[in-house]
Design a protein around this ligand. Structure first.
Ligand SMILES: Cc1ncc(COP(=O)(O)O)c(C=O)c1O
Length: 384
């Protein structure tokens, strides 16, 4: 039986919400990168960018410090700024909207459908003269209706920035998410489907956009370290606009290369765990499980069930029961309209479904290494 340490040192926890999978190969890759004289902006970053881009079928890929900086750099590089409106789902992590606020723009909160993805109908109602972009999120690992969103965006001359933080390995009609929009932004935060601890990647078709993002993420400097030190004088570069330090270092990149090789196996394990939950929970009155699609249409970054009024306990009571039984669960997410920052800076549409879902959703433990025994403890708590 697997005995796991709880991340927060709670000895009573039997099933954590998440447990990382860092393999021997990952540790070797990190040590190898640490022995190099070049610790940032070097060959590991180039390789990780190339391999990740190739895996997704993207023309350009840029490693960044995290998905939040990826979203922000995408918006900035597309020229989004003061008072520009950007449509985001109400049900997402705060970064989707705070990256818009950081540019001076205004997030417009759209409602979500029952699968927790942004609603096309709600997006349509949010569009006006000031709208410049849409940031759909492929929520929990399931693609949103990205083809319809792209059509709508084209018709209204809007940019699309795909928030793919949850969706590494997710395809929509055999095309990897993040390759539909103007950019796609991925997160390699520890709980994501692969990790670089902290880290992110931006995909884009546009070479021009890729060049601007690459420059902005590196202090606005017009040349890479390699270009500066391979010919001429290393200090001979220009800065033509204020930039940031949103770089992804060599150690994280080396870990990313190693984790990417294991992505398919990680996602298969997540999918099998989802299938097991589905088999055991789907027939319980009042519990709604996410639909099982083919393996690459939902990569189960999160496994979210709905506790409807037909169930014997409310969501909050079930959460407490899990806690008492040593099982950590959570809610993804408290909707954006509930945060004081967002209330102050955003425009809020009719969020009827998001409000309802917020009362009913509960995220169960999900990670590649989860055992049947751990899942059975979760399932037993619901059944009892
Ligand atoms: C939907 C969504 N977008 C963006 C982010 C931000 O990712 P990062 O932590 O890499 O900045 C997250 C992080 O959890 C997320 O869930």
């Amino acid at each position: 039986m697997t005995k796991r340490l709880d991340a927060f040192n709670n000895k009573k926890v039997k099933v954590p919400f998440f447990y990382p999978t860092i393999t021997k190969a990952d540790k070797l890759a990190i040590m190898k990168a640490l022995n190099s004289p070049l610790l940032t902006d070097g060959p590991n970053l180039k390789k990780f960018e190339f391999e990740f881009g190739r895996f997704c079928g993207a023309l350009n890929s840029i490693g960044v410090s995290n998905a939040t900086s990826g979203l922000f750099l995408s918006l900035k590089s597309l020229g989004i700024g003061l008072n520009d409106e950007v449509i985001v789902p109400d049900l997402t992590f705060a970064a989707t909207a705070s990256s818009v606020i950081q540019t001076g723009g205004k997030p417009v909160l759209a409602d979500v459908d029952d699968d927790l993805n942004i609603s096309l109908e709600s997006i349509k109602k949010c569009i006006n003269r000031k709208t410049k972009a849409i940031i759909p999120v492929h929520f929990a690992g399931k693609s949103c209706k990205i083809n319809d969103i792209m059509k709508l965006a084209k018709k209204n001359n809007l940019y699309v920035i795909e928030d793919c933080a949850h969706a590494i390995g997710t395809y929509y009609k055999n095309k990897h998410v993040g390759t539909f929009g103007d950019t796609g932004c991925f997160s390699f935060y520890p709980t994501k489907n692969i990790t670089t601890l902290e880290g992110g990647m931006i995909l884009t078709k546009s070479k021009k956009l890729a060049n601007r993002i690459t420059k902005l993420k590196n202090q606005g400097i017009t040349k890479s370290l390699n270009q500066r030190f391979s010919k001429g004088k290393p200090w001979e570069y220009d800065i033509d606009e204020p930039g940031y330090n949103f770089r992804l270092d060599e150690i994280r990149s080396a870990l990313g290369i190693s984790q990417l090789k294991q992505l398919k196996s990680f996602n298969t394990k997540r999918w099998n765990a989802a299938k097991y939950y589905w088999k055991k929970l789907n027939n319980i009155d009042g519990i709604l499980c996410p639909e099982m699609h083919s393996k690459n249409e939902h990569t189960f970054h999160l496994y979210i069930i709905r506790i409807t009024p037909k169930f014997t306990l409310t969501r909050d009571k079930l959460f407490k029961k899990f806690l008492k039984n040593g099982i950590r669960t959570s809610v993804h997410y408290k909707p954006l309209h509930e945060f004081s920052l967002i209330k102050k800076y955003s425009k809020i549409s009719n969020l009827q479904n998001s409000k309802l879902l917020y009362k009913q959703i509960l995220s169960l433990p999900m990670y590649p290494g989860i055992t049947k025994h751990e899942q059975d403890l979760v399932i037993q708590t619901i059944l009892s």
